[in-house]
Design a protein around this ligand. Structure first.
Ligand code: ADP
Length: 396
């Protein structure tokens, strides 16, 4: 069957049409600047990208353009919308209501709406995507795949913060975790790839991209992850600070005359690698700058790698051991330096790096030496394929 995977943001929308039998991507692309001016990028498998500038006042016009492109006489990947058998929607926050993917009905839409204040930038946009697809493709089954669902197996000792318990009881303030689709996909694939026993496996996944999070997965179930109520918690990211002393917020607010919104803007958009380097949030820029002697870029890389190693150490304790540590996402898959530096902190686990393997890119690979006590590997993530698989499992 053909599954359309939709990842709808506030002013952009990513899509892929996947044949779930062959897992081949038939077409993919994105709509950008929705509500501003509008730009559609469309790429059929084996063909060049097509870019069309066209007015997209709302998500409805954007999704209509995607459907028109997919069914276009000349360059379409399918002949008609009848060939789309299901739509899988990425939904960022499922709160405590969703511990797995679900078929979308009116009750699900209401429950997702109720999670809006936990993810005010993302959930409303996800809902718009769902409602527009329902309108434009009536009768086609729609599924919601949540970023938070995989982490719902975390125990209370992990997800509760040291705050007055009434904030959890009244407002559900707790750790939720994100990137769940990727952590689920990559941890499962690690177990398969290494031939581990799924019922007796301890895996740590380092998803390192613009947003980064680490998770501890015991026998296929998440027991801890670094992101929290929001994606701001955890390791240093592209522009997000990750963990800081919360009192810094008041200190800086007074010094810089900022209100809470101003402080949140600094922590989400001006911190992390961008803030530390005062140069760029993009890891490649930092790597180049560090090579030419830029001290701030060098420090930013060190802060990132040391922070990752400390979380990994904590998760070895949480899991009471570890079988495999896996790197994934833009930095995890491509930045050999980061893997080398992180693994450099883990010698106490009996790990040594296979430098030649660590230099390779674009494939599933073990990067620890054969005599290492713990396997370290790189597994490329594929969130769209994971959403497609979840969708198919629900439709069948
Ligand atoms: P997102 O969270 O937006 O999905 P990605 O997973 O695409 O992010 O990761 C983006 C990050 O990956 C950027 O910091 C980018 O510099 C880094 N990255 C991508 N390719 C490389 C590369 N070849 N070497 C080093 N870093 C890379």
């Amino acid at each position: 069957m053909n599954v359309l995977v939709i990842n709808c943001g506030s002013s952009s929308l990513k899509y892929q049409l996947i044949n779930s039998d062959t897992e081949e991507v038939l077409a993919k692309g994105l709509c950008e600047r929705i509500g501003i001016d509008g730009r559609l990028v469309y790429q059929k498998a084996g063909c060049d990208k097509e870019v069309t500038e066209a007015a997209m006042p709302t998500h409805k016009e954007a999704i209509q353009m995607v459907l028109d492109a997919l069914t276009n006489d000349k360059t379409g990947a399918i002949e008609s919308l009848k060939e789309i058998d299901a739509v899988g929607h990425r939904v960022v926050h499922g709160g405590e209501k969703f511990a797995s993917s679900v078929v979308i009905d009116d009750e699900v839409i209401k429950a997702v709406e109720e999670c809006n204040d936990l993810a005010p930038l993302h959930n409303p946009a996800n809902l718009i995507g769902i409602n527009v697809c329902k309108e434009l493709m009536p009768g086609v089954p729609m599924e919601a795949v949540f970023d938070t669902a995989f982490h719902q197996t975390m125990p209370a000792k992990d997800y509760l913060y040291g705050l007055p318990i009434e904030y959890y009881e009244k407002y559900k303030v707790r750790r939720y975790g994100f990137h769940g689709t990727s952590h689920s996909f990559v941890s499962k694939r690690t177990v398969e790839f290494l031939g581990l026993d799924p019922e007796n496996s301890k895996v740590i996944v380092c998803h390192l991209g613009n947003g980064s999070s680490i998770s501890a997965v015991l026998n296929g179930k998440c027991i801890d992850t670094t992101m929290g109520l929001t994606p701001l918690e955890g390791v240093v990211m592209g522009t997000r600070s990750g963990n800081i002393d919360p009192a810094i917020m008041e200190f800086i607010a007074k010094k810089e005359n900022l209100d809470i919104a101003g402080i949140m803007n600094v922590l989400n958009k001006k911190s992390g690698l961008q803030g530390l380097s005062n140069l760029s949030s993009d890891f490649r820029d930092l790597e180049n700058a560090a090579k030419s002697g830029n001290k701030n870029a060098e420090n930013a890389i060190e802060v990132l790698c040391y922070g990752i190693a400390k979380f990994v150490g904590g998760y070895v304790a949480a899991l009471n051991g570890v079988d495999a540590i896996t790197f994934t996402a833009g930095i995890g898959e491509n930045a050999a330096t980061v893997r080398e530096k992180v693994v450099g902190y883990l010698g106490y686990l009996g790990i040594t790096l296979d430098e030649e393997a660590n230099g390779k890119r674009g494939e599933e690979i073990v990067i620890s030496t054969p005599d290492s006590k713990v396997k370290v590997c790189v597994i490329p993530t594929n969130e769209e394929l994971a959403i497609c698989r979840e969708t198919v499992a629900l439709v069948k």
